[in-house]
Ligand binder design. Structure first.
Ligand SMILES: [Zn+2]
Ligand SMILES: [Zn+2]
Length: 428
């Protein structure tokens, strides 16, 4: 972590664009405190419009108590740089460089929430219990999660029930990975109020509805199997009926040396877009994700608007291989709140990015340009505050699910910490 983040605090960190906001910078410890009444030099410039010399400025600020208080008109949506130095006998001594981000109102009114909506427990082919997976999600900094076991919806409800007696900030939502019979396409039902997998038990009704759809949906392109497309279409319709988010999963996951979804079918699915969101990053090898990202970029270049998620598809919380990258691949949603319908509608309204942070590597972020830039700022300047709060709560959740009843008190003390942080870091 940068020393500025260790020694100082700056707030607010996120401000409205084209508005004057007063920024406060404080040194937190004796070795870095501003001295009341002393003068400091501030060099300011915007990150994107720096060639406009009228905007770049250097000025002197006198410390008020232990703080520098700087009113500034933040122009446009972008990052802003404040470089602070102090006059000493032999020149200028650098104090630190501080960053602030200004946002247009649609993004300013939202908060960034991290989550994974495609994971497995031991009820399908995963390793751990739903309660363990949920606590582990909090430990790695997630604000929301959903378990999505193959063919099974109940484990996602068990994850929530495991923490019914305690008040936690992690939001645990229902989910399942849906597999229509004889259909190769994998689909995640995130947040749906009922199980779509359960509907396949009434095979007669399913076949009747599918046969009706096959008549209705034709003519299809020659190499698209009518049943395969109808099953996919039907599943996304049912997920929408359940008020869930229907996610098209890992088309370029290589299983048995072939892609999961045949190309003509995938192209037709993108032409029709029956899905709500595309899993642009899954917990599959980098090679497969690379192909998916490229496919997504090509589709967007054709003018398609494609809501996206990044997921770990993890089968174990300590596994970081071709069977999942727990904690390393996730979705960042800019949403008005953590309520399920806000998260879902924010994803469908294109307010999400897919994050990929492989161990020991630089983060990679995918999605719309303005959202990616802001996500990079958040990774540097905000997540170092956010993630440790989640880590603490996650540890207490683990202890609680291991039988430590005292952990309930520690969880109560954690309650509302992220909210409190956000209130401080977002301008009023
Ligand atoms: Zn799958
Ligand atoms: Zn899966």
């Amino acid at each position: 972590m940068k020393l500025e983040r260790e020694y100082f605090e700056i707030f607010p960190l996120i401000v409205p664009a084209d508005t004057e906001t007063t920024i406060t910078i404080r040194g937190l410890f004796d070795h870095c405190r501003f001295r009341d009444g002393a003068e400091y030099e501030v060099t300011y410039y915007p990150k994107e419009y720096w060639d406009d010399h009228s905007r770049r400025k250097t000025f002197t600020v006198r410390a008020q108590g232990d703080a520098l208080v700087i009113p500034h008109h933040f122009q446009e949506e972008q990052e802003h740089v404040f470089h602070i130095t102090e006059d000493v006998d032999n020149g200028q001594k650098p104090i630190g460089t501080f960053y602030v981000y200004s946002l247009y109102s649609d993004l300013f009114s939202r908060r960034p929430y991290k989550g994974d909506v495609h994971m497995h427990s031991y009820y399908s082919d995963g390793r751990e219990s739903p309660a363990y997976v949920a606590a582990s999600c909090r430990k790695v900094g997630f604000d929301f999660m959903a378990l999505t076991d193959h063919h099974r919806y109940a484990p996602s409800l068990e994850a929530k029930a495991a923490y019914q007696e305690v008040d936690i900030d992690l939001r645990i939502f229902p989910g399942e990975e849906v597999h229509p019979p004889e259909c190769h396409t994998h689909i995640v039902n995130f947040g749906g109020s009922f199980s779509v997998n359960e509907l396949f038990k009434n095979d007669e009704q399913y076949r009747r509805e599918i046969n009706g759809l096959i008549d209705e949906l034709s003519p299809l392109p020659p190499r698209v199997d009518p049943y395969q497309y109808a099953a996919v279409f039907w599943t996304f319709e049912k997920i929408r009926e359940a008020k869930g988010l229907g996610i098209l999963c890992h088309p370029h996951w290589v299983a048995d040396r072939r892609y999961n979804i045949p190309q003509p079918l995938l192209d037709y699915i993108f032409e029709q877009q029956p899905f709500d969101a595309f899993e642009v990053l899954g917990g599959v090898p980098v090679e497969d994700n690379n192909v998916q990202v490229t496919y997504y970029n090509d589709q967007r270049a054709r003018g398609k608007q494609i809501p996206i998620v990044g997921v770990s598809d993890s089968h174990g919380c300590h596994q970081r291989d071709q069977f999942g990258h727990f904690g390393d691949v996730y979705t960042l949603v800019y949403s008005p709140s953590l309520e399920l319908q806000d998260i879902i509608s924010s994803i469908t309204a294109l307010y999400s990015v897919a994050m990929e942070i492989m161990p020991g590597e630089e983060p990679r972020v995918y999605g719309p340009f303005r959202l990616v830039k802001f996500a990079r700022f958040l990774l540097r300047e905000y997540m170092p505050y956010h993630d440790p709060l989640c880590y603490a709560e996650g540890n207490h959740m683990l202890a609680f699910s291991a039988g430590d009843r005292e952990a309930a008190h520690r969880l109560a003390a954690c309650k509302g910490q992220v909210d409190k942080l956000n209130k401080k870091l977002w301008a009023k």
